[in-house]
Write a protein of this length. Structure first.
Length: 407
């Protein structure tokens, strides 16, 4: 066992808007601690005896193949300095009453609210139970445990430390995985945009050339050459459409997009404006119940409704489309439904419907790229919900999706 008060450099994440500074610092300094095979425990108490007894009680403690490394503070002010210098501290054994009656609580407030460190496990200890903080205070300061000093026998202290370290280890591992996942997603998005850009530029040139040549198609000889050109032109247009939709897919569900309280009724009004031509030409009718206000990304939510409504119009034949939109609470979610009277989808084609570039193989299906529903699934998943379909061929379709209730 060694005492350590060494400073560890902290690096701020430059491009990750979701990564807290404390989260980055903990993961960086935790790597150093792992190399030293220790867990840092900060003992904060104005009585020297408490420090000595705690060290003796835990001198042979081992968790995950790592021993404990003790850091001592004898006042609230000293504790603030040490926790700032040691952001990878796993546990703080924190006395409540020191230079003031609430010095320990002020340390907890500083750690959680000013440093933003929500990893370290804070265990309050007091020798004066009569000054115990209110339950509300424990919640506000995110206190993980509260014990009287007389209660913490060696066996009980062992149990408390073991449980706290388990929680700390899991939190750090989760944050590291989350950070790696964000980095991976950002890389994929960058590669997607790079590929799309490098493909779009030459493809746009090809489309322009095809249009110029198409103006002279009547003069092409022999006729078979004109037919082959028409096939090439159609395939080029399909490629351009698929690429544009792929770019649209990569632009939704970004980690750094902000959310706000969004009135879904205003979303539907905006969608109707965007799809006015489609409604006019198809004579479609929309029946929409009063919809809720949800915590969501407005741009993405509009894209979601626009895709579902436009699909309902496109895949209705032989009569005017009828579209019904409703929402109700279900468990801890808003459950939305978008129903239509279109051609429907046979059950055997439901599997993989939301996968990228999925195509309905039924005879009535048009040559759609399948990216629209993949975008819908990504938007709903980004918001923490699920999307699914109920449909039979010739009986219309109902798409259901959930958006979590705002806290």
């Amino acid at each position: 066992m060694t005492d350590s008060q060494n400073k560890v450099p902290q690096k701020m994440a430059e491009n990750d808007e979701l990564m807290l500074a404390s989260e980055q610092a903990v993961m960086l300094t935790q790597n150093t601690a792992a190399e030293n095979k220790t867990w840092k425990i900060l003992i904060v108490d104005d009585e020297e005896e408490i420090h000595v007894v705690t060290r003796l009680a835990l001198h042979d403690f081992n968790f995950g193949g790592r021993h404990l490394e003790f850091v001592s503070a004898y006042s609230g002010q000293q504790a603030r300095t040490l926790i700032k210098e040691n952001p990878d501290t796993a546990i703080i054994l924190l006395d409540v009453v020191m230079e003031t009656d609430d010095a320990g609580l002020e340390v907890a407030r500083y750690i959680r609210q000013e440093l933003g460190n929500h990893f370290v496990r804070i265990i309050l200890r007091t020798g004066q139970p009569g000054l115990a903080p209110e339950r509300r205070v424990l919640k506000v300061y995110d206190i993980n445990d509260y014990r009287a000093k007389t209660e913490l026998t060696q066996d009980r202290l062992f149990s408390v430390i073991y449980t706290a370290l388990s929680s700390y280890r899991d939190l750090v591992a989760l944050a590291r995985s989350r950070h790696q996942l964000i980095g991976l997603v950002n890389e994929i998005e960058q590669l997607s945009h790079l590929a799309a850009r490098d493909l779009q530029m030459p493809l746009n040139d090809v489309v322009s050339a095809v249009r110029r040549i198409g103006g002279q198609i009547q003069t092409m000889s022999p006729p078979s050459l004109a037919e082959e050109f028409m096939d090439v032109r159609d395939n080029v247009y399909l490629m351009q459409s698929a690429l544009n939709k792929l770019v649209a897919l990569t632009s939704v569900g970004r980690f750094n997009e902000s959310r706000e309280m969004v009135d879904c009724n205003s979303i539907i009004s905006d969608v109707l404006v965007d799809l006015d031509n489609a409604f006019q030409s198809s004579h479609a009718k929309l029946h929409c119940e009063t919809l809720p206000t949800v915590f969501a990304c407005r741009r993405q939510l509009m894209q979601l409704f626009k895709n579902l409504i436009s699909n309902a119009i496109r895949f209705t034949e032989g009569h005017e489309p009828e579209i019904y939109i409703n929402a109700m609470t279900h468990e801890r979610n808003w459950l939305f439904s978008v129903s239509d009277t279109g051609m429907g989808i046979s059950p055997e084609n439901h599997s993989g419907l939301f996968n990228l570039f999925h195509r309905d193989q039924s005879d009535d299906a048009t040559g759609d790229s399948g990216v629209g529903l993949a975008i819908c699934e990504k938007i709903v998943r980004w918001h923490g919900g699920k999307i699914w379909l109920e449909s039979e061929l010739g009986k219309g379709s109902t798409f259901y999706f959930t958006i979590p209730l705002s806290e």
